[in-house]
Ligand binder design. Sequence first.
Ligand SMILES: [Zn+2]
Length: 298
Amino acid sequence: MITVFKINYILQDYGNKNTEGDDVPSDNFTLHIIPGYIENLFLAEYQHGLLLLDCGAVSDVKRIEDFCREKLHRSPSEIKLAVVTHMHPDHAGGAVLLREKFGIPLAAHKDLDRWYAGPGGFMQKVIDCVLMQTVARRTRGKLEKGLFNSRIQADHLLADGDALPFFPDWTAIVVPGHTSHDLVLYNEPESLLYVADCFLEVKGKYQTPLPVMFPHWLHASYAKMDALKASSLLIAHGEARRDNIPTDLFLSLQDLLQIPPNKLIRRIKRLSIYTPEWRRQNMLQKSEQDSCHQDIFH
Ligand SMILES: [Zn+2]
């Protein structure tokens, strides 16, 4: 089932902050929610083009194409920008294929491609694809292709606070924790926040993501998201859109980070330590601890 939410975008001049230097008119957009392979996909439809918030799994490319052609009567090549919030198969899987097939430019954090780099990264990618298929088997019962090209080489690198190219009413916000390089996307005029995998919603309950690779960073990222005071949330896993957000949502997620992990969480974390970025950050932390130790004793 396709759910469509109409958003009445108030005509305002936000100035031209995009990196391409194009003059982007502010106009109305319609937000479409496309049920993806194991996640929700969000497509913002403007008159001047389409914006895809995350690229879904590699098998979602067909879903995105069909949706554009059959529901919007527009070519997928009218997607002027697709953002990859982080390097997991259900968010980055479709990216390279979308660019190859339709010439869609990709935007992501500068560290995106490091996550699956080298032999450790390849192993991590295979494990993550297997985990995605495990979820798909449980939720859909039918498996689709999972392995994907993870050399994204984004056309636009996004830093904290950057306006999205072509869509300057959206801001990229860097919120690491689930991975080293997570982004969320904030539409200030509509007070709308796409949270990607920063938390999940399971049967009406909000949960921390699987895995949490950097708990301290995620704690700070929750505070950063809380400060936005968004009135609506777009969620990749769970109910796609929430308008009644508990005022203590991010505080309670911070509390959840303190709870000792259960068996499933421990298992997924153990399966997520092969990325070179995890090892690099661990080494950095260890050397920092060692230098503190030396400072104390010298
Ligand atoms: Zn993820």
